[in-house]
Design a protein around this ligand. Structure first.
Ligand code: PGA
Length: 255
């Protein structure tokens, strides 16, 4: 069995104007070059930025392996969807990946598992790497229904996707109670959930796909806790919000 790669992606959410993004990218380029030797060759890294900053990110792409991710796409190729962006549009300005079904989109934009499934299929067709977010609420964690919640999100979100495409998808397990709260899941809790997610992928597809698919943990990941999280067998990386907003903090996640 070949070892899975690590994948660290920053999620800027609705932060940074192009001028602020440029400032970050200039400092990041400097820090990246300074720390190059410590950055594992086997690691994929990237940033999911507001679409208005994608072109800038592409221009400042520091390595061909860097993911340039949008934070959402519409599942349709084009049409009357005011305010939305299509897969081809984000691709045209440099995106090679896209976050799909982040809990903030599920909550504030009422995205359903069926919408998310549609968006993942569209992303795959456009050759954008989908990062599908799943995760339970605090209530679901407390009443111990989190497994059923994750299982439903995986089955519905990944329905009718060919096995050779499933391995291109990254799954980000992000318990909602740990996002932006400073309250990270413990490394053991994160491992338990990511192992469960992998098992669900095996049930949906097969063991081979489950062994290959990359699973991230997300929720208050920071330089202080990333190392322990990444030692866990079923955790292949992290999706990071607040700690990706400064170049100084983001570089620490990579080294
Ligand atoms: P956080 O956000 O790292 O600020 O908790 C994670 C995310 O929402 O992807």
């Amino acid at each position: 069995m070949t070892e899975r790669k690590k994948i660290i992606v920053g999620n800027w959410k609705m932060y940074k104007t192009p001028a602020e993004a440029q400032q970050f990218l200039t400092s990041f380029a400097h820090l990246f070059n300074q720390n190059k030797n410590q950055i594992n060759d086997n690691m994929i890294f990237g940033l999911a930025v507001p679409a208005i900053n994608l072109e800038l990110l592409k221009k400042n792409q520091i390595s061909p392996k860097m993911l340039i991710a949008a934070q959402d796409i519409n599942q349709h190729l084009e049409g009357a969807y005011t305010g939305d962006l299509s897969a081809n549009m984000v691709k045209a300005v440099g995106a090679n990946a896209v976050i799909i079904g982040h809990s903030e989109r599920r909550e504030f934009h009422h995205e359903t598992d069926a919408d998310i499934n549609g968006k993942i299929k569209t992303a795959l067709q456009a050759n954008l790497k989908p990062i599908m977010c799943i995760g339970e609420t605090l209530k679901e964690r407390k009443n111990n229904t989190w497994k059923a919640v994750l299982s439903k999100q995986i089955k519905a979100g990944l329905a009718k996707i060919a096995k050779q495409d499933l391995v291109k998808i990254v799954i980000a397990y992000e318990p909602i109670w740990a996002i932006g709260t400073g309250l990270s899941a413990s490394a053991d809790q994160a491992q338990e959930a990511c192992a469960y997610v992998r098992k669900q992928v095996a049930t949906l597809a097969n063991n081979e796909v489950a062994e290959q698919i990359l699973i991230q943990y997300g929720g208050s990941v920071k330089p202080e806790n990333i190392e322990e999280i990444l030692t866990k067998t079923d955790i292949d990386g992290a999706l990071v919000g607040s700690a990706s907003l400064t170049a100084e903090s983001f570089i620490k996640l990579l080294i």
